[in-house]
Design a protein around this ligand. Sequence first.
Ligand code: ADP
Ligand code: MG
Length: 262
Amino acid sequence: MTTTDAATNTSDAALAVEVRDLHKSFGRLEVLKGIDMQVDHGKVVCIIGPSGSGKSTLLRCVNLLEQPNSGSVKVNGIELNDPDCDIDTVRASIGMVFQSFNLFAHKTVLNNLTLAQRKVLKRSRAEAERIAQENLERVGLADKINAMPSQLSGGQQQRVAIARALSMNPKVMLFDEPTSALDPELVGDVLGVMRSLADEGMTMLVVTHEMQFAREVADEVLFMDGGVVVEQGPPNRVIGDPQQTRTREFLHRVLNPVHANE
Ligand SMILES: Nc1ncnc2c1ncn2[C@@H]1O[C@H](COP(=O)(O)OP(=O)(O)O)[C@@H](O)[C@H]1O
Ligand SMILES: [Mg+2]
């Protein structure tokens, strides 16, 4: 058992992520209208759905960037709304990768990877650098350790962002459209890294428009629209044989982009 396990008192029986009847409004705009979903340890759940359906807001409620209006969010069995919840510990157990890479532009790749390790996890410089190196190798960028972010392609920057998140030894990784800002030829490398993480057994919650990735890597797919989960299940059902009209229409639009504006 790691120190994080001891500190958060998690049990292996608990779900990695468990969301029950989650509601979130911004002013009078109700964005999440009662979301129920869960991610089991070691599983990959992909969330698909049109722009504005609340996907990012859901992820932001899971990693405490947004405060829900009501409902329950548990990460590794810990209720985030519980006044006894140690927010910093929970947050340290969740890795987040955004559409925009969010690297510190004025720091080297190495310093991007060691900063939070040292500040949040209080690791020594030597240990943080060792872990940074390991995770850069994991994403295929060991040779970029001393580069500045501006010297890297978008795909490389995103892989550095993944390595940075992994350096915190997260229990769960959240990805919010990690390839949407990339040139098409760079998407494959990032998806490849995510696929290998999934193969290693990482627990992942991924918002994506990459249907082939969702189909091949996800254990479960959720289709969200208008702040509700319209349909969920194994990818070959939700993507391969959707039951709901809204899911079918969305998939038709995503899979036939040429016809989208007709
Ligand atoms: N901080 C915020 N303040 C006000 N409205 C917001 C905020 N964040 C998101 N929204 C609104 O919530 C809705 C859902 O947004 P979002 O969760 O980003 O959807 P998605 O990620 O599925 O595109 C949108 O209408 C968006 O404009
Ligand atoms: Mg979004």
